[in-house]
Ligand binder design. Structure first.
Ligand SMILES: Cc1cc2nc3c(=O)[nH]c(=O)nc-3n(C[C@H](O)[C@H](O)[C@H](O)COP(=O)(O)O)c2cc1C
Length: 248
């Protein structure tokens, strides 16, 4: 594919923009936005703002090799430090890892205080916050337990798990108690696989089937890049109903 023409056209467009004062302001805003995106912790901006980039094709714009796979869960990971002080941090690089044995995966940077807590204690809890706890999750993901007691700062309550060597967050309606079964150093993040020893739920969030109800549990997700929390949207239908459209 000949990329020289789009590049020349882009250069001319760039020059025309520079020569117009009003457009220069708009361009400055665009460049600041590009800078902010490039400085984001989720990786540098990729793909050209105009025309095709190297990975473009079939009407899609390449965004580069980045961790963009929305939506990302919002979990609060809790563990004890070596002095036995409970700490919590928010994590979104997380998910279910295995059905049997029931396991989760959480990927933490070694620089986090929680990393050292989990490494030392061999256990953690996953605490699923409801939307009422969005500010707690934001705070737990913004300051370190090295410097602050995040439980007392947020008036939340650490409760000692009787099954694993970790505290859980009483105010979170759903809690998974996990024992570390595997650790994988991946690069910037280290993935802890936690075998789920028990799941505890507030009775108030359980539906008629005895399992968490999406509306009362009210979990929320993180939108990578934009940096916002979002609640769940509408129910689209059951998998069985939806799949039936394509079945004879
Ligand atoms: C929504 C959100 C998601 C986050 N996800 C992760 C993650 O998956 N892994 C990670 O290492 N840090 C993640 N962080 C950053 C940590 O929560 C943050 O560095 C925190 O201060 C670490 O706390 P600690 O030092 O007490 O362990 C996230 C932050 C936010 C706000």
């Amino acid at each position: 594919m000949d990329r020289s023409k789009p590049a020349a056209a882009s250069a001319a467009a760039f020059y025309r923009r520079l020569t117009s004062t009003r457009s220069s302001l708009r361009l400055a805003a665009m460049l600041s936005a590009a800078f902010l995106l490039a400085a984001a912790p989720f990786g540098p901006a990729a793909g050209s703002p105009e025309g095709e980039g190297p990975g473009d094709g079939e009407g899609k714009r390449s965004l580069g090799a980045r961790t963009i796979a929305p939506p990302a869960p919002v979990w609060i990971i809790a563990a004890y430090d070596t002095a036995g002080k409970p700490n919590m941090m928010t994590a979104s690089w997380v998910g279910i890892a295995c059905s049997r044995p029931p396991s989760v995966a959480v990927s933490l940077r070694e620089a986090t205080y929680t990393f050292g807590c989990i490494t030392a204690g061999g256990a953690f809890t996953v605490n699923i916050p409801s939307t009422a706890l969005a500010a707690v999750a934001a705070y737990a993901g913004s300051v370190s337990g090295r410097d602050e007691d995040k439980f007392s700062a947020t008036s939340t309550t650490p409760v000692a798990s009787e099954l694993v060597n970790a505290p859980y967050v009483k105010e979170c309606p759903l809690v998974l108690e996990c024992r570390v079964s595997h650790t994988f150093e991946l690069g910037l993040h280290t993935m802890f696989i936690g075998e789920i020893v028990d799941v505890k739920a507030d009775a108030a969030v359980l539906g008629e089937n005895g399992l968490p109800d999406p509306e009362t549990l009210a979990p929320f997700v993180y939108w990578v890049g934009e940096g916002g929390f979002y609640g769940l949207g509408d129910r689209l239908g059951s998998v069985r109903e939806l799949a039936r459209q394509f079945m004879p």
